[in-house]
Design a protein around this ligand. Structure first.
Ligand SMILES: [Zn+2]
Ligand SMILES: [Zn+2]
Length: 110
């Protein structure tokens, strides 16, 4: 089990403390962003659909644009953090953070 901090639930943007990896799935339809939650240290695995980010201008069915820009990742560690509001849909500590996607990551294979 990875280390996990039982921090009080707090919905807030926090700066990432460690580098995150951004990988493209084999079928090219998903990106997976992986890294530790800056607040509670749980490993976060977040998936985003290919092509949902970045410029949409000039996008075609055959050739979606490479993922560019940023992915907003929410903590979904699944631990019961104290003080979590019952109405909160989050499954984590409430932290969210922005992971920059390096240019060229997983773009269409040449
Ligand atoms: Zn947590
Ligand atoms: Zn967390």
């Amino acid at each position: 089990m990875p280390a996990h901090e039982h921090t009080s639930f707090r919905e807030a943007e926090v700066p990432p403390t460690d580098p995150f990896t951004v990988e493209r799935s084999e079928d090219g339809r998903w990106y997976t962003v992986t890294g530790p939650c800056p607040t509670c240290r749980a490993t976060s695995v977040f998936r985003v659909a290919y092509g949902v980010l970045g410029p949409t201008k000039g996008r075609t069915r055959r050739k979606p644009p490479p993922l560019t820009g940023e992915v907003v990742v929410f903590c979904q560690c699944g631990y019961p953090h104290p003080d979590k509001p019952a109405e909160s849909p989050d499954a984590g500590c409430g932290a969210f953070w922005v992971v920059p996607v390096p240019p060229g990551t997983g773009g269409p294979t040449p």
